[in-house]
Structure formats: structure tokens, C-alpha cells
Design a protein around this ligand. Structure first.
Ligand code: PLP
Length: 434
């Protein structure tokens, strides 16, 4: 399912040796597999091939220009959420005419930029936003294509911070108010109603909530088609990935140990279950998956600083930290952590794997069993391709990590490590302090 594997004792991304990448570019460094991204894209496409499909990659998951260009080359449009993301699509040499613009607080400037560049549709989250888009479109003398985001009030059974389709989340318009919102949109002369959208959350590992949401809104979607001639229905993104046992396969794997009815969602099940519900609508279907497309296509490489043996606990201190990958600190999320050089003659060590930041929350894994690794050796945090670099910060004045993309045996730096000089370039001491 992904292209990270041991060749002999050494962890590789496709045919590239991760130790060689770390030697050239240092650590912490994100490494992405182009082949894994392409496989994920094609797997999704293949499993929904019975539909008139447009995949709009949710670039918030990983918006490196090389990643955007790669998906654009494969035929993807983009689900974008800011003027900055829109400018990334343009900077990557891709077009925005198959892309959608989501988010609850688009500014006038962002709306103008999107209209000037031929956005396929705005995903509108409130009535005041309809008015704002209508106003900007009027100023430009164009009709703005829109879809309203419906909040179907479905429990996605995922982490509270990434649930978006419940009535107490800030997203979308409740189904019972949606007809009125469309009527309001239809009266605004600078808007063109193009579709309808929903997205219920991220890292969903069951198909049930998707089915519930589609069934809940399907009747209304059909009404919209009859009333306004909408051309598409976006069912959002949210398909989860398996974070455990990212390198294992075969009978020992975590996956195989799960009872068949408890195994996490696959694109095969997603496609087979949703296609029959969506075909009768006779609409183009947009998918906005982010995590599924890139999550297992990236690792974060880190180097061991020290093994600190405490009274009741060992701490493996690595040079990556919560500023580089915040998911464990923010969502208590699990990442497999493996040695880059595997040596079966070494003992296993149980340790908390932590970064050097001055926060107890700067911990990637608690009481984790890992092959004993010493100072200077490399580890890889698996499945770090989604919501990794994009959520990184400069906390503790640590520069943003480097990013590398691999394609077969070739690899290139696709983002340089941030230097102290570039980090502080915009800062200055005010005259009154001199
Ligand atoms: C509207 C919308 N679409 C798509 C996504 C992508 O979600 P995921 O990365 O889980 O597929 C998100 C994530 O927050 C979202 O808010």
C-alpha cells in the first residue's frame, strides 16, 4: 500500500536509501514517496470508477508545491481554504478551474483572487458569506459559482477536534435551513448555483457515517438538481488511514489481527458502498480527500540525540519535536516509529520517544518498544505525510524542517530547511528600544 520498506537492513523510500537522504539534507526532514501518492490517487479513482468523478485533493493535508504539481499532473483539482493555498496552486503551475474554495471566513480579497483565476466553485458556509461573494462578484462584473455546505448532523466517530459534521460544529448550514439558504442564493444576481457540498470529519475508519450522511442528504440533493440544475455533489473527504504497524504486513500485522468487521475502512469498501447510493443522483461527484492521499506517503526522519535512562523510565530524545509534527501532542495520535537501520541482534528498548522542546507534551510516543538505538542513529516517524509539515511551527525558534520527494531511485529537496536568518528576516527592534 506504500513504498517504504527495508531493503536488507536499511529503510528505503521506493529505491532511495533514507540514511543517504538524511546524510545529504540533515534531520529533521520529511520524505515523501511520489509513487505512493500516485497509487493512492489511482486506487481512489479505480474504486469509484462507476461515477462521473473529480478528485479535488484537500491540499491542507500537505501543500508543498511539488505535491500539488504531482497531483495536478495526475488530473486532480484541489480543495483549498485560503488565498495562500490558491496561490500555491498557481505557483505549482496548476489551474484552479477544477478546484473548490472552502472555509468559514473567506475574505473579500481571497474571493476576488479566486474569481479572477476561474475557481470552479466556492463552498459557502453561511448566509452572510453568500452576500459577501455576491458583492465581490458584482464589483468584478462576473457570476460567482457556488455550492452550499450542508451540515448533515452525523457523528463521524472520530477525534472531537476533527469532527465537522455535527450540529455543534462551526461548519456548514443545517439541513433544515439549507433550502432557505439556496432560495436566498438564487435571489442574488451575481451568484450561479453550481452544486452542493458536505464533509463530516477526518480520519474516519468506518463507512457507516459516510453512508448515513449521503442517505440523509440525497433527497435534498435531488431536489436541488430539479430546482436549480446543479451539476455536482461533493461528499467531502475524511477517509482514514491505518497509523499502526505501518511497516508490517502478513499474518502478524495489526490489520490482520483485527476481526474482519472491525478492520478500518478501505477505498474498496468506500467505493463499493457509496457508488450505488450516488449513481442515481446523476451528478458529478467531487471527493476532497487529503489524509488518504498523502498520509502514508511521508515519513519524518529524525536523529537520536541521547538515550536518557531515568529511574522508572527511559527517554529517547530525538532531534524532531512537536513543532515539526504536532499530531501526537495535539490529537494524542499514534505514529509508528522505527529504526532506519534495522539490526535484529540489538535488544528492544522501552522508552518515551520525545523531542527537545520545553513542554511535557513534546512526546511522540509513550512506553514504546523500539530496537535500541544510540546517539546519532536515525529513526523514522511513519505515516507523517498528512498534517505534518503543514502544521509545523517555529516554536522554540526551531526552523521549519526540510522536505524531500522521492521518485524511484531519484530524490530532490523540495523545501530547504529554514535558517535562523530567514526565520527572523521580518523582525526588527523598534526605534524606541534602541
Ligand atoms: C471541507 C473539507 N474537505 C476535505 C477535508 C480533508 O479531510 P481529510 O484530510 O481527512 O480527507 C477537510 C479537512 O478538514 C475539510 O474540512
Amino acid at each position: 500500500m506504500h513504498h517504504f520498506h527495508y531493503s536488507g537492513q536499511d529503510l528505503h523510500c521506493e529505491s532511495a536509501d533514507l540514511a543517504a537522504i538524511a546524510k545529504l539534507y540533515g534531520t529533521p526532514t520529511y520524505v515523501y514517496s511520489a509513487a505512493t501518492m500516485a497509487d493512492n490517487y489511482h486506487r481512489l479513482q479505480r474504486n469509484l470508477s462507476g461515477l462521473d468523478l473529480q478528485i479535488c485533493y484537500a491540499m491542507k493535508a500537505n501543500s508543498n508545491l511539488a505535491v500539488i504539481r504531482h497531483f495536478a499532473n495526475l488530473g486532480a483539482g484541489f480543495d483549498l481554504v485560503s488565498g495562500g493555498e490558491l496561490r500555491r496552486v498557481l505557483a505549482a503551475g496548476a489551474k484552479v478551474n477544477t478546484s473548490v474554495f472552502a472555509g468559514v471566513g473567506k475574505t473579500e480579497g481571497e474571493i476576488k483572487l479566486a474569481l479572477e483565476n476561474g475557481i470552479y466553485a466556492f463552498h459557502v458556509e453561511s448566509e452572510p458569506e453568500l452576500a459577501r461573494i455576491n458583492h465581490v462578484a458584482g464589483q468584478l462584473g462576473v457570476k460567482a459559482p457556488i455550492a452550499i455546505r450542508i451540515n448533515p448532523d452525523v457523528d463521524a466517530h472520530t477525534h472531537a477536534k476533527i469532527t465537522t459534521g455535527k450540529s455543534d460544529n462551526k461548519f456548514g448550514i443545517p439541513l433544515k435551513h439549507a433550502a432557505a439558504a439556496y432560495e436566498a442564493a438564487a435571489k442574488l444576481k451575481n451568484l450561479r448555483i453550481r452544486g452542493v457540498q458536505m464533509h463530516i470529519g477526518s480520519q474516519l475508519t468506518e463507512v457507516g457515517p459516510f453512508v448515513e450522511a449521503v442517505k440523509k442528504v440525497a433527497g435534498f440533493v435531488a431536489e436541488l438538481k430539479a430546482a436549480y440544475g446543479i451539476e455536482y455533489f461533493s461528499i467531502g473527504g475524511g477517509m482514514g488511514i491505518v497509523y499502526r504497524d505501518a511497516l508490517a504486513s502478513g499474518p502478524q500485522s495489526w490489520w490482520d489481527a483485527q476481526p474482519a468487521d472491525k478492520r478500518p475502512l478501505t477505498p474498496e469498501l468506500y467505493g463499493a458502498t457509496l457508488t450505488p447510493l450516488l449513481v442515481p443522483l446523476g451528478l458529478k461527484i467531487l471527493l476532497e480527500h487529503g489524509r488518504f492521499m498523502v498520509g502514508n506517503a511521508g515519513v519524518l526522519l529524525a536523529r537520536v540525540e541521547h538515550l536518557k535512562r531515568g529511574a522508572g523510565k527511559n527517554f529517547l530524545i530525538v532531534d524532531a519535536a512537536m513543532n515539526d509534527l504536532v499530531r501526537p501532542a495535539m490529537y494524542e495520535s499514534f505514529h509508528e516509529i522505527v529504526p532506519v537501520h534495522r539490526d535484529s541482534s540489538r535488544r528492544a528498548l522501552v522508552a518515551d520517544i520525545v523531542g527537545p522542546i520545553c513542554e511535557s507534551g513534546d512526546c511522540f510516543a509513550k512506553d514504546r518498544s523500539i530496537q535500541e538505538v544510540g546517539e546519532g542513529e536515525l529513526v523514522a516517524l511513519m505515516s507523517a505525510g498528512a498534517y505534518g509539515y503543514v502544521m509545523a511551527s517555529r516554536y522554540n525558534t526551531r526552523g521549519m524542517p526540510a522536505e524531500v520527494m522521492v521518485n524511484g531511485s531519484a530524490f530532490e529537496l523540495v523545501n530547504v530547511r529554514e535558517t535562523f536568518e530567514s526565520m527572523t528576516a521580518g523582525e526588527k527592534i523598534p526605534a524606541f528600544l534602541k
